[in-house]
Design a binder for this molecule. Structure first.
Ligand SMILES: Cc1ncc(COP(=O)(O)O)c(C=O)c1O
Length: 414
């Protein structure tokens, strides 16, 4: 473990041989292609772009920077809908006794299915994006849903959920409190919970959600093939409860085994449950408490998803925690591309990984980490821009007004 004056900390995990059994079981290419076939038939589906930023790559001294850009996925501004929609699909298939087959989206939305499965009410807790995705998918399939948010959730995020037809319940406390409350209320009301985080005896739906995220990875692999690359050498992936990170890291380990890319998990320093779990080094997931006060709303989670942790503890190479100004810097780097590079619209949780990478490449204080990760001119680095402009007011405050600035002592003078 190491701390730097930038407030960035990291833990390198030295796996001699990685255990990839669980990754292989949960994230096979077969599962990934099943998810992809399902998403392909959703009206409006399009592959998201894999953006190359060659000029930024050359400025930072790496071979390539690649951004899987989820900022406009199904016009919902985040990757999250991939997981929620696939979980609803699997759940309905299971109710209908047709799990294992491919089912047309239009059939699941039909009256015939409603007659067979009855009036299901879906419920979930969210810090914004997951709830929006569930609300959207439930509406498309003709079901109602209730979404729990915590009291600090921005009005813009709440409105985005409501505009997709869901009822929104606001809970005192943080994201983890909303998760606990919806679990209690769902039991009382007979609702079906579609949660992206897992708990004891609740792993099937969170696993489907993680498998739903694989669509973007099969797309990315196809897109890498198109530019003559077999795979990235490094992946920086952001984490809240860790479900996304587990699916990305699990997928690449299932596909490439011990030759998988070097995988770096990035969290906010105020919501660093996976970092703390790695630090404890006892194989168990550990929670962090408190306000979890960070601008990275999507990553503001204090309880790791246990099933995601099982993958991450075996397969992640490095756990990092970073302050908010790193995410704001990442947003500005994306929004002001070097001449010839594309513009990428990225929100706080989406941009933190690029901000982290930029810092590693720019600051001499982080040279030790740069070397430990083997980041150099041969590196092809993958980022997932997990969200676009999901909170326009905050986005403008950061990009236009300069909120969350890099402290002046860290300004780069060259
Ligand atoms: C934009 C964004 N990025 C990343 C994440 C992290 O996903 P996970 O909670 O699975 O770690 C989230 C979660 O809501 C999110 O909304």
């Amino acid at each position: 473990m190491a701390d730097t004056p930038l407030g960035i900390s990291w833990i390198m995990k030295d796996h001699t041989v990685k255990n990839i059994d669980l990754a292989t079981k949960l994230f096979s290419m077969k599962d990934a292609l099943t998810a992809r076939r399902f998403h392909k038939q959703i009206p409006g589906y399009r592959m998201s772009a894999l953006q190359g930023l060659p000029n930024l790559a050359s400025m930072f001294g790496v071979g390539g920077i690649w951004v899987k850009d989820e900022s406009s996925r199904l016009q919902l501004n985040s990757f999250k809908v991939l997981g929620g929609s696939f979980a609803l699909y699997r759940y309905l298939q299971k109710m209908l006794g047709i799990l294992g087959e491919d089912t047309p989206f239009a059939y699941l939305a039909s009256d015939e299915v409603k007659e067979k499965v009855g009036n299901i009410i879906f419920a979930s807790a969210t810090d914004g994006n997951h709830g929006r995705g569930i609300a959207w998918a439930a509406k498309k399939l003709g079901f109602t849903c209730v979404i729990y948010v915590h009291s600090e959730t921005s009005v813009r995020r709440i409105d985005a959920i409501k505009s997709n037809g869901a009822k929104v319940v606001i809970v005192d406390g943080n994201y983890d409190d909303a998760v606990r409350q919806v679990a209690i209320d769902a039991k009382i009301n007979g609702w079906t919970i579609i949660s992206d985080t897992s708990w004891d005896n609740y792993t099937e739906i969170p696993t489907w959600i993680m498998q739903g995220y694989l669509t973007m990875l099969t797309e990315a692999q196809e897109q890498f093939g198109g530019v003559g690359l077999v795979k990235p050498t490094h992946i920086f992936i952001q984490a809240g409860v860790g479900a996304l990170a587990a699916s990305v890291i699990g997928f690449y380990h299932a596909l490439f085994g011990q030759d998988a890319p070097t995988c770096i998990v990035v969290e906010p320093d105020q919501a660093d449950c996976l970092y703390q779990s790695a630090l404890a080094n006892d194989g168990e997931p550990h929670s962090v408490k408190g306000d979890l006060d960070t601008i990275m709303a999507g990553l503001s989670c204090g309880d790791p998803s246990p099933i995601a942790w099982e993958i991450l503890k075996e397969n992640a190479d490095c756990f990092m925690k970073v302050p908010d100004f790193i995410a704001a810097k990442g947003m500005r780097v994306y929004a002001t591309p070097l001449n010839g590079d594309p513009f990428v619209l990225s929100g706080e949780s989406g941009a933190v990984t690029l901000g982290t990478f930029a810092s590693i490449m720019q600051y001499s204080e982080l040279e030790e980490l740069r070397k430990a990760l083997n980041l150099n001119e041969d590196s092809q680095v993958l980022f997932v821009n997990t969200e676009g402009n999901t909170d326009p007011v905050h986005f403008r405050q950061i990009i236009w007004e300069g909120a969350n600035p890099v402290p002046q002592q860290y300004w780069i003078n060259r």
